[in-house]
Write a protein that binds this ligand. Structure first.
Ligand code: KG4
Ligand code: ZN
Length: 346
């Protein structure tokens, strides 16, 4: 069973091909980071326009890379949410058109669950039941999976996603976009205990919150550069020394990772899963991987960086299991939903 997966929910245009849910045949990713970085974040309309320009060449390149023609593809999986409406529409309309032209079944995929399935593309496969922590620029979700597609959402962020907090702190201290890799580098130069940052309160046992942490970083930075005058956030970076900026980044990362690790460990202790997975762009963070591994008595599963950030292969991998365990959707009935909820429970 070979599935082509299409992903356009944010600022990556990607197509991947996966066989039987676990054999990676192609993963083509065109990122728009260079276009959006001058704005310090993704500009939705620009993202959608760029997806249109490259989506068909990216799909064709994935077929060439896998050395397959359309007859050998058994189905199409496409991210239909959550994400940016304009971006999602380019992917779902393209998938719908291709499914109709080539007469293929189509499977709408929830983007955040797609991140979990990147882990099936590695030699070391996760085992059920499992706990999955998905951390990206838009999502911070903790899941319990009893089996394929049998998913329970344990908790999620009540405000900002952790990657969003990384991006905003990075902007505040004058680093680049996306913030994660810049903060991660500065972490090794800075003093982790420079700022004493608060642990946010959350409503549910497995919920997260990062908005208060981001605001605390802003307030402490303002205090550092002058008690008597509250500088607006865009004037702060230039008034900080290089050492201060590195140490703010380091303190922020220490606290953000501490929050993620504590909550995931709590879920591990309660559910006693066979595997723990991390996925999403922030899972590329080495310190998060190390700290979570230290907290767990079992081996942590995570994908290499190019499969952690948004990609079509993870969508194709989940699509393979959907083809096995569920019915395809009529291409004309594919719904695009920027705030799609998870409804995979069998
Ligand atoms: O999964 P992803 O590519 O896109 C979304 O679905 O959002 O995640 C992008 C996020 C950005 O916020 C970026 O700052 C973060 O992942 N990120 C990292 C690292 N690399 C990317 N965060 C922390 N450490 C990293 N090394
Ligand atoms: Zn993502």
């Amino acid at each position: 069973m070979k599935i082509l997966g299409i992903e356009t929910s944010c600022d990556e245009t990607s197509a991947g091909i996966v066989e039987d849910g676990n054999k990676l045949l192609a993963n083509i990713v065109r990122t728009q980071i260079d276009i959006h970085k001058e704005y310090g974040g993704v500009v939705p309309e620009i993202a959608a326009r760029n997806h249109i320009e490259v989506i068909l060449p990216v799909v064709n390149q994935s077929l060439r890379t896998a050395k397959l023609n359309w007859k050998e593809i058994d189905g199409i999986a496409v991210t239909n949410g959550p994400g940016l409406m304009g971006s999602l529409l380019i992917g779902t309309l393209t998938a719908r058109m291709l499914a109709l032209i080539h007469r293929k079944p189509i499977y709408p995929v929830h983007h955040v669950l797609g991140h979990i399935y990147a882990n099936w593309l590695l030699d070391d496969k996760p085992e059920f039941p499992l706990i999955a922590l998905i951390v990206s620029g838009n999502h911070t979700h903790l899941f319990y999976l009893e089996s394929h597609l049998k998913v329970k959402l344990l908790g999620r962020t009540t405000d900002d996603a952790v990657g969003e907090a990384y991006d905003k702190v990075s902007k505040l201290i004058g680093f680049g976009y996306p913030g994660g890799p810049f903060i991660d580098k500065a972490f090794h130069r800075g003093d982790l205990n420079f700022l004493d940052l608060p642990t946010p309160k959350v409503p549910g046992k497995y919920d997260f919150s990062f908005s208060g942490l981001k605001t605390a970083v802003l307030r402490r930075s303002q205090e550092l550069i002058g008690e008597d005058f509250r500088f607006p956030s865009w004037q702060i970076a230039e008034r900080l020394t290089e050492e201060q900026r590195d140490s703010i980044a380091a303190s922020f990362q220490k606290k953000a990772v501490e929050i993620l690790v504590k909550t995931t460990k709590k879920a591990y202790d309660e559910f006693n899963p066979k595997s723990v997975i991390i996925g999403g762009g922030v899972a590329a963070n080495q310190y998060l991987r190390e700290e979570l591994q230290k907290a767990l008595p079992i081996k942590l599963n995570y994908a290499p960086i190019d499969l952690c950030t948004d990609n079509g292969a993870m969508i194709a991998a989940l699509g393979c299991f959907m083809a096995e365990y569920s019915q395809p959707t009529d291409p004309r009935d594919i719904k695009t939903n920027p705030s799609l909820k998870i409804d995979y429970q069998k």
